[in-house]
Design a protein around this ligand. Sequence first.
Ligand code: ZN
Ligand code: ZN
Length: 157
Amino acid sequence: MSQNQEPIPCGHSRAILPCKFCETINCKSCTDFVEPHEFQYGIGTDLYVEAGSYCKSCYQQKVIPVLEQYEETLKKAKNINIYDITQSKETRRISRKEPWIEVKDVLDRDEALIRMAFIAVIRNFNTLIDVDIKSVKVQNGTYQHSVWTGRSRPTDY
Ligand SMILES: [Zn+2]
Ligand SMILES: [Zn+2]
């Protein structure tokens, strides 16, 4: 970050925020922000934008289109058919040729499920079967907490 008084591209003073895409430095009012949880279910997919500051032009051209697709995908992900691993009777006739979708180190059970559903929708499936989500204890010094791992198979039903 530069500490000198050179004019910045937006023409204002107090240049503090480099755009994460084009690295142009702008003032706060010429910057748009992606909040830390805004794309949380898109982690590991193309529908993800890192939290941080973006110049207005990159935000319009590169963040908004991803955000629109992200929101549409998330809406579908919340509505897909879900069959738990224990429901093998109901799903025994369903094809299992697709590889497993796996997620790791997720903070809660619901998020693990939506993350897998999100990936399934991106791949054009409408159903998850053999859904198996488990918590794993993680020891971090004297501090212990749980994270969740999940796997499931995407399919069309
Ligand atoms: Zn930019
Ligand atoms: Zn400015």
